[in-house]
Design a binder for this molecule. Structure first.
Ligand SMILES: [Zn+2]
Length: 96
């Protein structure tokens, strides 16, 4: 049987998962897919609302997103693999 204290704890845990906010790391991991979706002419915000949500709130990730978007647009037609551009950007931003 759950006692009232356990129930409160459970309720709090549920509230926390309901918020569904990405950390910067989680956002970063999904950013390439987000940008690719967008460049494919699809609605990235609808496909990945949590990433969109994080980008709205986090200027650091927003900058990375815009840099990646610019880089991919510039490379368009040159058939540079996204993973290569992405690894270059990661170096610029000092990740890994
Ligand atoms: Zn962030």
């Amino acid at each position: 049987m759950l006692n009232p204290e356990d129930l409160r704890r459970l309720a709090r845990a549920l509230e926390m998962t309901e918020e569904e906010e990405l950390s910067c790391d989680e956002c970063f991991e999904q950013l390439d897919r987000f940008v690719e979706t967008e460049l494919a002419g699809l609605d990235a915000a609808a496909a990945m609302p949590l990433v969109e949500d994080h980008l709205e709130k986090c200027s650091d990730c927003r900058e990375e997103y815009e840099a990646l978007l610019r880089a991919l647009r510039a490379e368009r037609g040159r058939k540079t693999p996204v993973s290569l551009i992405w690894s270059r950007l990661r170096r610029i931003f000092g990740a890994d």
